[in-house]
Design a protein around this ligand. Sequence first.
Ligand SMILES: CC(C)(COP(=O)(O)OP(=O)(O)OC[C@H]1O[C@@H](n2cnc3c(N)ncnc32)[C@H](O)[C@@H]1OP(=O)(O)O)[C@@H](O)C(=O)NCCC(=O)NCCS
Length: 183
Amino acid sequence: MSTFDIRRARPGDERCLSFLGQATMLQTYAGIISAQNLNDLIETEQTREDYRALLDDPNVSIWLAEIERGQAAVGYLALAPRLGGETTGGERGKAVLEIKRLHVLHRFHRNGLGKRLVNEAIKEARLRKADRVVLVVNALNHEAIEFYRTYGFLKTGDTSYRAGDMDYPCYLFSLDIGRPAIG
Ligand SMILES: CC(C)(COP(=O)(O)OP(=O)(O)OC[C@H]1O[C@@H](n2cnc3c(N)ncnc32)[C@H](O)[C@@H]1OP(=O)(O)O)[C@@H](O)C(=O)NCCC(=O)NCCS
């Protein structure tokens, strides 16, 4: 049985975040997003420079899940502020944080890593006095939808995500962080 550590990402982690981001994007969205749009997304959102900018942003928090043997990163979560607005189901004036990325390499699913990463995000959201944590999930991403539902996130609306020449249907999910977290 493997052991995993969760730690804060720091400057210097942009290389592993970029590789991990690219791998997990392909694992998650092949069969959901067209190859052209998926490759474009990876080239525009998953570069070392993109992650370096996120790591340098004091408002963005990123956690890495690392496997103890060899310390390879196998999952990550990025949390960023999202002040009210219809796109995330937030209410004006309410402090809303958004899970911008949450990915675990497929081979390591169902080891509790998603849950541990979300728990870190919830703890941070409480520290930052946020009212809720929101996210956007692709409507065909059934695994993630089940995971979020298990966790207590509720669907609050429909939206879409523009990738290349297509709008992909998505759902808005929201967790009131006044509720106790699981685990
Ligand atoms: C969503 C994701 C991060 C969950 O990570 P994970 O580490 O596998 O999840 P956990 O092991 O912490 O699961 C906790 C609980 O959530 C539920 N759950 C998780 N995945 C599930 C699935 N595919 N189907 C049904 N329930 C699921 C289960 O109740 C699980 O507990 P159990 O394993 O004891 O039954 C992972 O599936 C993933 O990386 N998916 C691809 C990327 C992605 O879609 N990200 C979301 C983008 S919005």
